[in-house]
Design a protein around this ligand. Sequence first.
Ligand code: NAD
Length: 364
Amino acid sequence: MTTVSRRKFLSRIGAGTALLSVPSITSLSSDFFQGEKKLNIALVGLGYYSEFKLATALQETKHCQLAGIVTGTAAKAEKWKKQYNLSEKNIYNYQTFDRIADNKAIDVVYVALPNSMHHEFVIRAAKAGKHVICEKPMAVSVKECQEMIDACNKAKVKLAIGYRLHSEPYTQEAMRVGQQQVFGKVKIVESSMGFKIGDPTQWRLKKSMAGGGAMMDVGVYAIQAARYSTGEEPLYVTAQEFKTDPVKFKEVDETIFWQLEFPSGAVANSQTTYASSMERLFISAENGWLELRPAFGYGPIKGRTSQGELNLPNVNHQAMQMDDFALCLKENRESPVNGEEGLKDLKVVEAIYKAIATGGKVKI
Ligand code: NAD
């Protein structure tokens, strides 16, 4: 199967798992559907990810482009305006943001703010009639995720989560191997994602801003991986927390190990941490295995199976991700990484925290 046909296949799987009503696309600038005009994206929050990954990726995208910004810092607005030749009318701050409703030159709002702000800004974007991409984790609770989905449905706009790996060829191969049982039924998945966090004053270590620690930030990659490697939703979870620096990690989790049980009997054993670097996905099936290592970072991702090395294209994850969403809008398809996908991961996150608190097995 070629990468392109795999991507189509996976898009279909995603569409099948998310039976949301299909929103209309009337709020898109009509020019987008005439000829090759690119979809116009406004980035909300000009921090690390926007500056060094999204804005740069938007210089490579075929179907969308950087057209606007929303920032609380006037100096950043000035810098970005010059650097990307942005029109003054496409520049907003957090107070003026809602006026974007009247701006036909913006089609999509991309929320790349601290986790606890995703809920508010996705709902404001939806109310302004804009399609939305929201960074991971989708929000800090299942309740917030549901409210964001409801707001987007009500406004008839599409919502995608920034799960860039769904547009990445090695990850797509892992999905194919697991979901199509290329090596037979998946029995065991091991997934781990962590890094050594620096600055002790940053928002990622504040519960009110981050919602949690390593689990919320990068544990979601390991949860996602277990779900897309099996193509199933987990039934039960057990989990264990470890803390080596109770001062730095006073408010949030440092290291968590957890185990998910799937309906087929497959088991995932996963870890996340802010203490050291790790990223690996291992899928063990009846007649073979697949390993990605590194598995979840910006690449190059590397992989191998029980039949040999994988040699797949290395792509710009964010450019592929945003182009995939632009095509979903153009073709009026639901994104395979829609709000339901984000909510399913938050369901698991909440169950993991509950399993730690109770010390027992939790039904998801
Ligand atoms: P960052 O700290 O570099 O940027 C956050 C931005 O939000 C800054 O511009 C900051 O000024 C702004 N902001 C507005 N109000 C704020 C407040 N009250 N406190 C702190 N900052 C405030 O963070 P980042 O690394 O760019 O992460 C932003 C989002 O993107 C997070 O949700 C994160 O999980 C996600 N992210 C995703 C990926 C990925 O690979 N998909 C990678 C990195 C980050």
